[in-house]
Design a protein around this ligand. Structure first.
Ligand code: A2R
Length: 321
């Protein structure tokens, strides 16, 4: 099917499955290819009914104001902290994301990163590759045995991590804005108190203003020199300069980081540290899962174009409105 009456604005380069899915069905324009973005929007903005976007470009109220007939912002990824969903709601625009289809993939990666960090798998791999094993055994590592993991954000992904962590024999606790019924794990209303009671802090809550740098010096001091911080959410949740300083001094034991405040720029001070494992934001990045996410981005736009409800509206823009 083609939808000639539903032009779509693509705000950033997207994966081929999305670009082909949109370009083969909808009139489209790549906003990032416009030399005069403001001039283009002023002249052509009223045409567009859909926006397709991701973590590379902000969709704010100024953009929505330039697109008076916009119906949907279809965003790639479960986190949509760069989309101003409240502003969208005020203008009657639905925002969609790609939840659920990535939950298990991110949870797998979180556990892999945790084990890599505590058992120092990348460093052990280097020990073999560099021929150091011939000179001596790899030093003994930290362990998951007997440890407690505090989860910041016991949502869909947080719960999938918790299920895996239980199988690994970890004790669990969680922090969020409210206690959840039917959850067997201890709830901490205070993040600092949870960090004090935990050996591992697993961060998997959304980014955005409400969580900006909530993992601050006090939280990391509570986790302490024997503690391990794992972040598979957004870099903005952690006070990154303080974290780097504390990892350098040993005031914080170790960190496994899949996300950073100013990606793809990573503080270079981390490169020299032995007590960190660094990943390039690959939580959901398998071919299988990224294809499911990409298809959901396309299917949400198709749903609106066909007059059907969006498949995965975010909570700020419920459907029906
Ligand atoms: O606060 P609650 O009880 O609604 O729990 C949610 C928690 N959360 C927060 N925790 C502390 N302070 C906050 N300001 C705050 N806001 C939200 O994060 C909930 O347990 C969790 C989010 O869960 P879901 O909405 O189910 O998201 P999902 O699919 O697990 O993905 C989490 C994040 C994404 O936003 C991406 O940034 C990242 O994973 O890849």
């Amino acid at each position: 099917m083609r939808y000639p009456d539903f032009p779509v604005l693509i705000t950033q380069p997207m994966m081929p499955l999305i670009q082909q899915g949109i370009e083969s069905r909808f009139p489209f324009v790549h906003l990032n290819e416009q030399a005069d973005r403001a001039g283009f929007l002023a002249k052509e903005g009223a045409r567009f009914k859909g926006v397709v976007t991701g973590q590379g470009a902000a969709s704010d109220d100024a953009l929505f104001a330039a697109l008076p007939n916009l119906r949907i912002v279809s965003s790639f990824g479960v986190g949509y902290d760069l989309v101003d969903a409240r502003a969208a709601k005020a203008r009657g625009i639905v925002v969609t994301n790609t939840p659920e289809v990535l939950t298990d993939e991110v949870a797998d990666l979180a556990m892999g990163l945790l084990i890599s960090t505590m058992r120092r798998l990348p460093q052990a791999d280097q020990h073999v590759r560099k021929g150091l094993w011939l000179k001596g055994n790899f030093p003994l590592s930290d362990t998951l045995r007997g440890k407690t993991m505090g989860i910041l954000g016991l949502g869909r992904i947080g719960k999938a991590i918790a299920r895996r962590a239980e199988a690994f024999g970890l004790k669990l606790a969680y922090h969020g804005r409210s206690q959840q019924a039917d959850m067997p794990y201890p709830y901490h209303a205070s993040l600092v108190e949870m960090a004090k009671a935990s050996d591992i802090l697993m961060i998997i809550a959304p980014g955005g203003p409400s969580t900006r740098r909530i993992v601050d010096r006090a939280v990391m001091e509570a986790l302490g020199p024997e503690g391990t911080l794992i972040n598979v959410a957004r870099g903005t949740l952690v006070d990154e300069p303080v974290m780097v300083e504390m990892l350098q001094s040993g005031a914080l034991g170790a960190a496994g980081l899949d996300v950073f405040e100013d990606e793809p720029k990573v503080p270079e001070a981390l490169f020299a540290l032995e007590n960190v494992v660094l990943l390039p934001h690959v939580g959901s990045a398998s071919v299988h899962t990224r294809n499911l996410m990409g298809q959901l981005v396309v299917d949400n736009v198709i749903a609106l174009a066909e007059g059907r409800p969006p498949l995965t509206p975010v909570p700020e823009t419920p459907w029906p409105a």
